[in-house]
Write a protein that binds this ligand. Structure first.
Ligand code: ARG
Length: 461
């Protein structure tokens, strides 16, 4: 390649030979940072507007840049834009095409700017939009969850500890636990958005620029809440991406727990719920199978989001200030985290209405687990027995019932009274599942009217 051939590259002037094909492929990011094209153009237009208003470029240049960028957008949208590996990344591809379309005005766009502050701006704009989408998806998931919780507000379900039947809860109450988790998730994303929404442009390569720029104007034009206050930090900070991955990891962890429960609940031996066929798949060899593929995959995909968080933390830990090419590696993990958490939330929002409870199986499991034993102990305590003694008495009664192969509520009063004289025929109201549920009627409790109240509060919020 002659000097004139490779001077087409943006920095051709300084170099005596072109990079090898292998290096070109190794260093290029255009294959994956293309997805930033809208943000790149938007940020360039705001930058150009500022340059023109400050008299750094002519108003006629701005008009040409706007005309050219409209054309570039159209071409990308239409799929006719030619992305070139030679031009390394989304920024140079767009700038080169702009210059081909409008000439010198295109060459003036990069005045007072570097790809270092440009890419940081694009990624922040992209992530801000992604967070807004994710907040919408979280809201959708939550409202479907509330609908199901309302329908199941009084459906008794065995509550587990150690995966052993513990105490009765309602299915609605159980579902509301996931509402609380995703409420915290939404808070975390909203909080991450605040720190994401700051403008790096103006930092240029690392030290700022000698042109009389107006950073606040660019921030206003792009809807940023403020500017990054130190130019070195502006080009090298990726905290916002790490925070996003951390928030995503927690969200995925919550969805993974729900997935695990769905897989368990769908197991025919448990049979607490049925999941609509459209979220399951069959087996290529076993004709009887109906597998909960969607929850299983969500559980599996959680691992890759954890991986992205670890990748970004590791990416940053050894970097001296300010920008290093390492930072180009921030995009694929971040983009995949955005895609994974968005897709998973979308499919979960659709899947929730596909869940049908099997109340008979829930009750059957409850009746086998002495789930109201604590209620009997509380009953004795209310009658004056110290709680520790009551605990002991009920333990003996449970052992007796187990030997007889019946539930506590099925023991006749005379047999129950062998364990404590304090037991009377009012005990049966306490030993029933409904009695147990209704008695937990404080805020955060599982009583059906409390579940309905919690749903009402959630809907108001
Ligand atoms: N593609 C680069 C990235 O993603 C853009 C910034 C390049 N800056 C540089 N000095 N090489 O980080």
């Amino acid at each position: 390649m002659s000097q004139s051939d490779f001077s087409q590259y943006t920095w051709g002037g300084r170099f005596a030979e072109p990079i090898s094909e292998l290096v070109k492929r190794y260093t290029a990011s255009v294959a994956f940072d293309q997805r930033l094209w809208r943000q790149d153009i938007r940020a360039s237009l705001a930058h150009a507007t500022m340059l023109a208003r400050q008299g750094i470029i002519a108003m006629t240049d701005l008009a040409e840049i706007e005309r050219g960028m409209a054309q570039v957008s159209q071409e990308i949208e239409a799929g006719s834009f030619v992305w070139s590996l030679d031009l390394e990344d989304v920024h140079l591809n767009i700038e080169k095409r702009l210059t081909a379309l409008v000439g010198d005005a295109g060459k003036r766009l990069h005045t007072g700017r570097s790809r270092n502050d440009q890419v940081a701006t694009d990624v922040r704009l992209y992530l801000r939009d992604s967070i807004d989408d994710i907040l919408g998806l979280l809201g959708q998931f939550q409202s479907r969850l509330l609908d199901l919780a309302e329908a199941e507000a009084a459906t008794p379900l065995p509550g587990f500890t150690h995966l052993q039947v513990a105490q009765p809860v309602t299915f609605g109450h159980h579902l509301l636990a996931y509402f609380e988790m995703t409420k915290r998730d939404a808070e975390r994303f909203a909080d991450c958005r605040r720190r994401t929404n700051r403008l790096p442009l103006g930092a240029a390569a690392l030290a700022g620029t000698s042109y009389p720029i107006d950073r606040q104007l660019v921030a206003d034009l792009l809807g940023f809440d403020g500017v990054c206050e130190n130019s070195l930090d502006a080009v090298s900070d990726r905290d916002f991406a790490i925070e996003f991955c951390a928030a995503s990891a927690l969200t995925m962890m919550h969805l993974s727990r729900l997935s695990e429960e769905l897989v368990l609940w769908m197991n025919p031996r448990v049979g607490f719920v049925k999941l609509a066929d459209r979220f399951c798949t069959g087996s290529s060899i076993m004709p009887q199978k109906k597998n909960p593929d969607v929850p299983e995959l969500a559980r599996g995909k959680t691992g890759r989001v954890y991986g992205h968080l670890m990748a970004l933390l590791t990416l940053m830990k050894g970097q001296p200030l300010a920008y290093n090419k390492d930072n180009q590696e921030d995009k694929e993990p971040l983009f995949d985290a955005v895609d994974t958490v968005s897709d998973t939330l979308r499919i979960f929002a659709e899947m929730i209405p596909g869940i049908t409870s099997q109340p008979e199986n829930m009750r059957h499991a409850l009746n086998q687990g002495f789930a109201t034993a604590t209620d009997l102990a509380d009953y004795l305590t209310r009658k004056g027995l110290p709680f520790r003694d009551a605990h002991e008495v009920v333990g003996l009664a449970v052992r007796h019932a187990e030997e007889r192969g019946v539930d506590l509520a099925e023991l006749p009063l005379t047999e129950l009274r062998q364990f404590s004289e304090l037991i009377d025929d009012d005990v049966f109201a306490v030993l029933t599942v409904e009695g147990s549920l209704a008695s937990r009627r404080h805020i955060g409790g599982t009583a059906p009217d409390q579940v309905l109240a919690a749903i009402a509060r959630a809907r108001r919020a």
